[in-house]
Design a protein around this ligand. Structure first.
Ligand code: ZN
Length: 130
């Protein structure tokens, strides 16, 4: 086991909106934030606008059973078996965008609460309402 914990970042290879095993051909590499660790893998946060096969919605039962932070209520999560992890994204200075969870090295908070970042791309989205 890699012994990752919620908040750690992993990257996976994506092919046709599905997480594929690392040696397969792929369309893109996507970084995800872990929200829950289980015996053989991890649940990761998937932003609403990012279509990924096999997502489930976080509800109160999953929050309890999987020990997921309540802030992920009604968000989508996906299960990633450990052997589907392409890489660990090293923890370094920077922040994840609160909306898309893209990691921005050396980024600093840009919201009024002084702890969250919303990236430029997300702030430009038509349905961004703040
Ligand atoms: Zn963003």
């Amino acid at each position: 086991m890699l012994n990752l914990k919620p908040g750690d970042l992993i990257s996976c290879k994506i092919q046709s909106s599905t997480i594929v095993i690392p040696y397969r051909k792929y369309d893109e590499i996507k970084t995800f934030t872990i929200v829950s660790a289980t015996e053989h893998g991890y649940y990761v946060f998937v932003p609403h606008f990012y279509y990924l096969n096999g997502c489930v919605k976080v509800n109160s039962i999953r929050i309890k059973n999987l020990n997921i932070d309540k802030k992920y209520m009604d968000e989508n999560i996906a299960y990633v078996q450990e052997n589907f992890i392409f890489a660990l994204v090293k923890k370094q200075d920077g922040l994840c965008c609160k909306i898309c969870f893209e990691f921005f090295p050396y980024a600093v908070p840009n919201q009024e609460d002084k702890e969250t970042l919303i990236c430029y791309a997300c702030r430009q989205r038509p349905n961004y309402n703040k």
